[in-house]
Design a binder for this molecule. Structure first.
Ligand code: AMP
Length: 450
């Protein structure tokens, strides 16, 4: 029950109006500590209810005893990596603040700079992406010395996107006595530790969802494929035959996203595509239509879909395998939210297999193997793995149908490298990094196409 928290009655009223009955684990862990004014460093994924875990204590602090009148200064700031995430967080803040006088404003790229500069003087809570906020700071528009609460959400992503210096500078502009709440989906690396060390004061560390714990309601499957054309046919089959409310299909590149989008449009699916080259209007339209249910299918690259929170998203297809275990967790985190059922299907060609099995090791899970009879391909995984479903026992003798004699196979000129080895030891040109939290020797990153 939310009434167990010492929250302002106007906030409890909003929580009740939103039909939030039971707090989620991250809310149970973080809200009481945040209400005591402590700095927090929380590992929790999108879908865990983490937004409310920082928004409610933040609003509570701004409300004080309720007697104070509205002030004309920014008193809280929430930094997020992407525009979409910032927009979603603004909505969430407005929902929780609906019975208060507190005003929130959004500062992200792609919107009018002057309009934003004027708005900066009229809000209590600023929600934005670091790049545009720094531009306002440089233009002298940003006064943050009255900021009492600073939130860094999806901090690992912000740093991955190169915002480390901007985030630290913005934090320095805030009041030194402020409270800082940092949320990330993963434990992050040295960059994140540096930010935690510099920006937070004696933080409490909370880890609600381990990085390798996915939403329990999501089934995870793989389907092997021969090549991209075969994958396109599989996507078509899945979209036509699976039961789902809304689906998202991830590709690793913009080119592949556009190509798949074209194929699906040609098949008369109602579909949108989201990638880094789409402008803000297109992105907003795609997300709004998906939320309203006018469009059921989205093709997207990782950066474009980051932080997307769409109700009823119950099918995730990885057209390409994501390049790291953390990215996989982020993608699959779109589905099976708040206890709902979800299905995640990864399409695996021979060049995806090593990455897929290292992600299995990282997550300490084995994905369900699935075949689609009508369009089953030739590739079924590495030949010498029992898991591939192929026989590993003694080979049958091959008989020449014309002569009736045994066919003797020619010996290969040189010993071919064992395929099993190629799984455990990726090729020299494929960079392999140890997972940042040392959980498993996984992380394999190649530059993203965004
Ligand atoms: P988040 O992880 O903050 O993106 O939240 C995921 C979704 O769960 C959002 O749509 C929230 O509105 C919803 N949510 C968060 N906390 C609760 C709760 N205690 N009860 C019901 N829904 C919740």
């Amino acid at each position: 029950m939310f009434s167990q928290f010492a929250l302002h009655e106007r906030l409890l009223k909003a929580v009740a109006a939103l039909n939030f009955i039971e707090p989620t684990p991250v809310q149970l862990a973080a809200i009481p500590l945040a209400l005591q004014g402590k700095d927090l460093r929380v590992i929790a994924q999108t879908g865990s209810g983490k937004t409310a875990a920082f928004v409610l204590p933040m609003l509570n602090r701004l409300l004080g005893d309720g007697a104070s009148s509205p002030r004309m200064s920014v008193r809280a700031m929430i930094l997020l990596p992407t525009r979409e995430l910032a927009q979603q967080t603004l909505k969430e803040v407005e929902r929780f603040a609906q019975f208060t006088f507190l005003k929130a404003g959004l500062i992200t790229g792609g919107e009018d700079f002057k309009v934003q500069a004027a708005m900066l003087r009229r809000v209590d809570i600023l929600i934005g992406t670091p790049g545009r906020l720094i531009e306002h700071a440089n233009a002298g528009n940003l006064l943050l010395d009255e900021v009492e609460v600073l939130v860094l959400d999806e901090a690992d992503r912000m740093l991955d996107m190169g915002f480390s210096d901007d985030v630290q500078r913005l934090a320095e502009l805030c009041n030194a006595e402020r409270q800082t709440l940092l949320f990330s989906a993963t434990s992050g690396g040295a960059g994140l530790r540096e930010v935690v060390g510099k920006v937070l004061k004696e933080p409490e560390h909370l880890q609600v969802n381990k990085v390798n714990q996915l939403n329990e309601g999501t089934r995870q499957q793989i389907i092997t494929a021969d090549h991209n054309h075969h994958k396109e046919r599989l996507v078509d089959w899945l979209l036509a035959n699976e039961t789902y409310e809304k689906a998202i299909i991830f590709t690793n590149t913009r080119v592949q996203a556009d190509r798949l989008y074209g194929k699906l449009v040609a098949k008369e699916y109602k579909v949108f595509v989201l990638h880094g080259e789409k402008d803000q209007k297109d992105r907003k339209l795609a997300i709004d239509r998906l939320k309203q249910g006018a469009v059921k299918i989205l093709v997207a690259t990782d950066v474009a879909a980051r932080g997307l929170d769409v109700d009823g998203l119950d099918l995730v297809i990885n057209f390409d395998m994501p390049r790291s275990g953390d990215e996989y967790v982020h993608r699959i985190g779109r589905t099976g939210r708040a206890g709902a059922e979800g299905l995640a299907i990864s399409l695996i060609c021979h060049n995806d297999w090593a990455l897929m099995s290292s992600i299995e090791r990282y997550l300490k899970q084995r994905f369900e193997r699935r075949n689609i009879k009508d369009i089953k391909g030739i590739y079924q995984g590495p030949k010498n793995l029992k898991a591939s479903g192929k026989a590993v026992g003694p080979k049958k003798k091959k008989i020449d149908p014309k002569t009736g004699k045994k066919i003797v196979a020619k010996k290969p000129a040189a010993k071919a490298p064992s395929k099993r080895n190629t799984i455990n030891k990726p090729k020299a040109d494929a960079p392999v990094l140890v997972s940042q939290d040392g959980l498993a020797p996984l992380k394999r990153r190649t530059p993203t196409a965004e």
